[in-house]
Design a protein around this ligand. Structure first.
Ligand code: PEP
Ligand code: MN
Length: 265
């Protein structure tokens, strides 16, 4: 697979161009699992920006296990992401689940996320490959590396070379203490197989806020190019993924700890 130099994915944001890649500083993406209301998303954006994040994450369309769980505020949440971007200049990353929503999502997002559950949704991969926004491709929860790289290939074959690969934990045999098994060995493995930038999501990878900082540090030590971390102003009241979300205070202290571990930020 691998040939030549590592590629860089350069993303345009209101605060300037942000490059992802092996030869660039670590890029941190942070924010809540779901966009809940204007106040919380703007406040979280301000806090994660102050801590050093370059992108705000927040789901408008949520892939929930139960159809009775909060499904995201959809289009109105996209407008709230615009408000948060206007307030901070942060780049926006948000998930698209349905080809029918792609134009709306891509009009707002600086990076379009394809979630773990859609990693092999081939019509969606082809469609995100046929538009220009960079794509954040999460690893399917039981996808092999080969399947994941082929999913990236679908996007690139459709014309979009700007793909970032994000490990978010795979399904192991023991979910009692951690939601998933965060496969940090993909960092050196992907380095040997592909030129694409690599991101690690220790929030979905562990499912518990208390485990996120050590896995974030380990990911940097192993050479990740980017981190995605869930941050919520009041995790106990979050509409999704509260248990794995850091408070803004904890995120801020983590960013200071990460700066010590390595890769210039
Ligand atoms: C998310 O980023 O909130 C999400 C749903 O992630 P994943 O697709 O990795 O479960
Ligand atoms: Mn989440």
């Amino acid at each position: 697979f691998r040939h030549g130099e590592p590629s860089e994915v350069v993303v345009s944001t209101p605060n300037g161009f942000v490059p992802f890649g092996e030869h660039h500083p670590l890029v941190t993406i942070a924010g809540p699992c779901s966009v809940e209301n204007e106040e919380m998303i703007v406040y979280t954006a301000q806090r994660v920006k102050a801590a050093g994040a370059k992108f705000l994450r927040g789901g408008a369309y949520k892939p929930r296990t139960s159809p009775y769980a909060f499904q995201g505020h959809g289009e109105s949440a996209l407008n709230l992401l615009i408000a948060a971007r206007d307030a901070t200049g942060l780049g926006i990353i948000t998930e698209v689940m349905d080809t029918a929503d792609l134009d709306k999502v891509a009009a707002v997002a600086d990076i379009v996320q394809v979630g773990a559950r859609n990693m092999q949704n081939f019509p969606l991969l082809k469609k995100v490959g046929a538009q220009d926004k960079p794509v954040f491709l999460k690893r399917g929860m039981s996808a092999t590396i080969e399947e994941w790289l082929m999913a990236a290939e679908y996007i690139m074959a459709a014309g979009n070379p700007n793909v970032i690969l994000c490990e978010r934990g795979i399904r192991g045999f023991d979910r009692q203490y951690a939601r998933n098994t965060l496969d940090l060995s993909v960092i050196p493995v992907l380095r040997s197989l592909t030129h694409l930038p690599i991101a690690i999501d220790p929030s979905h990878g562990t499912g518990k806020a208390e485990y996120v900082p050590s896995m974030a540090m380990a990911a940097i030590a192993a050479g990740t190019d980017s981190l995605m971390i869930e941050v919520h102003p009041n995790p106990a009241k979050a509409l999704s993924d509260g248990p794995q979300s850091l408070t803004p205070e904890r995120f801020d202290s983590l960013m200071q700890e990460l700066a010590v571990v390595g890769k210039a930020m």
